[in-house]
Design a binder for this molecule. Sequence first.
Ligand code: AHR
Length: 510
Amino acid sequence: MKQKLSGIFIVLIFSAITVFGQNSLLLHTEQAETKINREIYGHFAEHLGRCIYGGIYVGEDSDIPNIRGFRDDVIGALIDMKIPLLRWPGGCFADTYHWKDGIGPREQRPTIVNVHWGGVTEDNSFGTHEFLDFCDLIKAEPYINLNVGSGTVKEASEWVEYVTSGNISPMTDLRKKNGREEPWKVKYWGIGNENWGCGGHMTPEYYADLYNRFATYCHGNIYRIAGGPNVDDYNWMEVLMQKTSRFRHLVQGVSLHNYTFTTSWTNKGHATDFGENEWISVLDNTLKMETLIKRHSTIMDKYDPGKRIGLIVDEWGNWFNVEEGTNPGFLYQQNTLRDALVAGINLNIFNNHADRVKMSNIAQTVNVLQSVILTKEDEMVLTPTYYVFKMYSVHQDATLIPSNLKTKKYELNNKSVPAIHASASKKDGVVSITLCNLNPNESENIEITVAGDDFTDAGGQIITSEKMNNYNDFGKDETVSIANFEVMKPENGKLTVELPSKSVVLIQLK
Ligand code: AHR
């Protein structure tokens, strides 16, 4: 009995330390060696709702200022955010898309029904040339998703040839006839999307065989991305790795899709109208990304111990109920400070797993799900998520600094999450540390140890707001954006920072 009581006492003391104890972050700058690919900061634009039409492309005759039909304001904002890569044309749309519908004179392009997203008419005025032109304008690398679900091997193979080949062939002749003499440089090609679901409801065995067949005929020095698992479907990963990695030259990446709901697919919750229970629930669900990456990586390690094949998280983000009065098929949602925390946490996770995670794409760039930009006619809003991407752009192509984080917990009812979440990198002699304080009520002090480096300068930035559900809206002043954050230089390799409640913070040491 006495022993049992002392056991309980020790557990209580330990819990008290994790709830009330100190937060600390130890940076192992001397162990920094893994590159954080800039593609981890990638985005995704699908023919869905007002993402492409209205959000990115308004046509040359529009009154909205544009370059060759692409919105000036959106181009400027994406360049400022340093968008490195854009995935297109879907999503579920990709497995219904027949690329030849979207080339040639616009007035001759056929119209189709966008069966997945609202049953609206797709006039194909935004096709391959437009997408690649837009990527040039925003200085982003393109990532094209091929159609496996309803397409043919011939169609996929011809699309790759049309875009990337410098040879003389019927496809390159067609490209030239359509005004593009030189091939484009498109490295990233997805072979199918969600083939366990909207991309054909296949078994992993069937898809893996199809993948090998499609990949064989998509020629050239390209990076082929296999359609990977939904969330925690570890069997899909196992079968796919087993059946595809036998042909090493055919697979360079495997995708993973994971969305965050307030509680579940059937209870997505509201984007702006929420309380603290929904705040912690969304953050708790977001943190599950770490387990998914670890467990999928363990399976990948079995077949690819050298980590040659990238885990490509090419769809992630918050998925809430659509805003009232909007088309349910358009997936339009607002974006609050909570989304900023979700973006900060996910990006920290991807940075910390940069040895395996080689690319990620938040869904979706404009007007759909967790967007960085919202538009209404000629107006544009930059969301809290936009500011996180802008702030975190310092990690692009930097070297990951492995770290040890000890953090108190933030708890509510039966939920418990770490109070602080972090990642760090170095580039050009600058150490950049990104920290999220998940606690919406309390500021948190954290002691950061950066042994081995002598810094002469320190600076910071912060994203926070008065209320956890503040957001930026059309015609109103911004309530969530980036502000300066004062930081002292480290003394004897240590600095203490007070992170305000519900904040995302960048600290830079030079
Ligand atoms: O991003 C919205 C949809 O979510 C995509 O089209 C699909 O791939 C996923 O289910």
